[in-house]
Design a protein around this ligand. Structure first.
Ligand SMILES: Nc1ncnc2c1ncn2[C@@H]1O[C@H](COP(=O)(O)OP(=O)(O)O)[C@@H](O)[C@H]1O
Ligand SMILES: C=C(OP(=O)(O)O)C(=O)O
Ligand SMILES: [Mn+2]
Length: 526
């Protein structure tokens, strides 16, 4: 029998061949030989995930054990399952995997050696093992030799749960078990479930180590100044952090410790619907041999890639290691951020393209997490839907939002970071009548904020939300800065703004123990 690398300790007995940390070329060869995907003309491995093309938040559970019971914010996001349910499902999963070839990736999450955690991902599919190889932090040969995983993900999309037997909601499940330090995934092949599960684990563990975990991208300017871009899926974290004038640290998940910031991952996971070489050259060029294209339409005969097609999903993706972007920072660490950007994709077309927030407003908007869910990233979402996703990442936060807001607010104050709200969503009217904000304009505004150019301009106070809106911004026609001017009928804008302010108030009512100064930083007019 071949080496099983200790898998039997997880109850994974009698496997077929176990492959551990295969090089990229072999994973690609095996994936192709097994018919898991096809080669795209740019060299990327192209795969389709079938029924599940986005995350399935309703199928995600956390095992409710005494150790974690009091520190998890239970509810519709963090749904509990019992240990008995977990053990039954787990034994059926391990039985399913007997006799099958398995692909193991041993590596790390967390670029700062002080906080990094050795992890193991066990995959049924070679392509998913390539995905995690590129997305997480790859070990050196020496690190691999001494590797002892502290958390494991087992991902077996071919194993479909039976809700009656297994206590799941459907055939798909993502179950996190902190006592066993194990995540099990079945029924769905969407690769994002693996990375976001480990993100959730870090979001649980790091606050106890004095680190603020954040759903944000990060980059660094030539002078070493770092910036963070918070935002729910599809709001522009990946796109805006890939900036030819700056050094990329990471596109999605970071921690902020007493030393500065660090990426959790070693790769990026870019949305590629309507991707163009003109608007996103760095991402375009990162899609090559070693990358994975997920649910992007690639013609099986003539092998033409159609980035414009949403035939399989709007949520088409490319996964690649950070160093496929020129000027990436390896290892992904940086100093304390000078600028923090909250990205919102406002489907009402109300929010200005950029606004400067006071510290209290920053906390109010961080807790609110106002944005729109964009089509495709979660099952059942087919058009933009206004949502309040606390901390711009509610689906990934196992603890109370106050834990994360407290950690972030304290760091923003201590390091005197400037905070901006940037609307990458609609302008000129709501979704349907208006249009998506122009990406070149958003880039110009972000550049001005990061360069300090916005410190030099005049601002007006937004009559509804109270934050400061610049009157001018280099590279931008001034009239787009006030969203009211972009609507055909400004009175309709006023009505919509009042409606949105009402939604903010309604949503914020759920936060009970918030200091008055933060409560008062919400919408100013009734
Ligand atoms: N003004 C804009 N700012 C940022 N992204 C935009 C804008 N307009 C359109 N987009 C598109 O929106 C998507 C943003 O996705 P992405 O950066 O992957 O989001 P995230 O990383 O936050 O999930 C990309 O497909 C990008 O091309
Ligand atoms: C991968 C995801 O997130 P993001 O779009 O933020 O990268 C996701 O939500 O499945
Ligand atoms: Mn992203």
């Amino acid at each position: 029998m071949g080496n099983t690398y200790g898998l039997e300790r997880l109850g994974l007995v009698n496997p077929g061949t176990v492959y551990r940390n295969l090089p990229v070329a072999r994973l690609v060869e095996i994936a192709l030989a097994r018919g898991e995907g096809i080669l795209a003309p740019n060299g990327a491995l192209s795969v389709n995930t079938g029924k599940y093309t986005g995350r399935s938040p309703n199928d995600r559970f956390i095992v409710d054990t005494p150790t974690v019971h009091d520190s998890i914010s239970w509810g519709t996001v963090n749904q509990p399952v019992s240990e008995t349910t977990f053990e039954c499902l787990y034994s059926r999963l391990t039985a399913y995997l007997q006799g099958r070839d398995l692909f193991v990736f041993d590596g790390f999450v967390g670029a700062d050696p002080a906080y990094r955690m050795p992890i193991r991902i066990v995959n049924q599919y070679a392509w998913q093992n390539l995905f995690v190889h590129q997305l997480f932090i790859r070990p050196t040969a020496a690190e691999l030799a001494g590797h002892e995983p502290q958390f494991t993900v087992i991902c077996a999309p071919g194993f479909k749960a039976n809700p009656e037997l297994d206590g799941t909601r459907s055939e798909a499940f993502i179950v996190l078990n902190f006592d066993r330090r194990l995540v099990i995934i079945g029924g769905t092949s969407y690769a994002g479930e693996m990375k976001k599960s480990i993100f959730t684990v870090m979001n649980y563990l790091l606050p106890d180590q004095g680190v603020c975990p954040m759903h944000c991208s990060a980059n660094m300017g030539p002078a070493g100044d770092t910036a963070l871009f918070f935002g729910l899926s599809g709001t522009g974290k990946t796109t805006l952090s890939a900036d030819p004038e700056r050094y990329l640290i990471g596109d999605d998940e970071h921690g902020w410790s007493d030393k500065g910031i660090f990426n959790f991952e070693g790769g990026c996971y870019a949305k590629c619907i309507k991707l163009s070489a003109e608007h996103e050259p760095q991402i375009w060029n990162a899609i090559r041999f070693g990358s994975v294209l997920e649910n992007v339409v690639v013609d099986p005969h003539c092998r033409i890639i159609d980035y414009d097609s949403d035939a399989l999903t709007e949520n088409t993706r490319a996964a690649y290691p950070v160093d496929f972007i020129p000027n990436a920072v390896i290892p992904g660490v940086g100093g304390h951020p000078r600028t923090v950007v909250f990205l919102t994709a406002d489907a009402f077309g109300v929010m200005p393209p950029i606004a400067k927030l006071t510290r209290e407003q920053a906390m109010y908007h961080f807790l609110s997490g106002y944005t729109s869910k964009l089509a495709g990233t979660e099952r059942g979402i087919t058009e933009p839907q206004a949502t309040f996703s606390t901390c711009f990442g509610a689906p990934f936060l196992p603890r109370s939002p106050m834990v994360y807001a407290g950690l972030l607010g304290e760091r923003i104050a201590r390091h005197n970071a400037s905070v901006y709200l940037v609307n990458t969503g609609w302008t000129g009217g709501p979704y349907g009548t208006g249009r998506r904000m122009s990406l070149p304009y958003t880039r110009a505004m972000v550049r001005a904020a990061l360069n300090g150019e916005l410190d030099e301009v005049e601002f007006t106070s937004d009559p509804v939300f109270g934050f400061l809106v610049p009157k001018a911004c280099p590279g931008i026609p001034a009239e787009i800065l006030n969203p009211r001017n972009t609507w055909g009928e400004p009175e309709k804008y006023d009505a919509m703004a009042r409606k949105l302010a009402g939604l903010f108030r309604e949503n914020f009512a759920k936060f009970k123990d918030v200091p008055a100064s933060i409560l008062e930083a919400g919408p100013v007019s009734k």
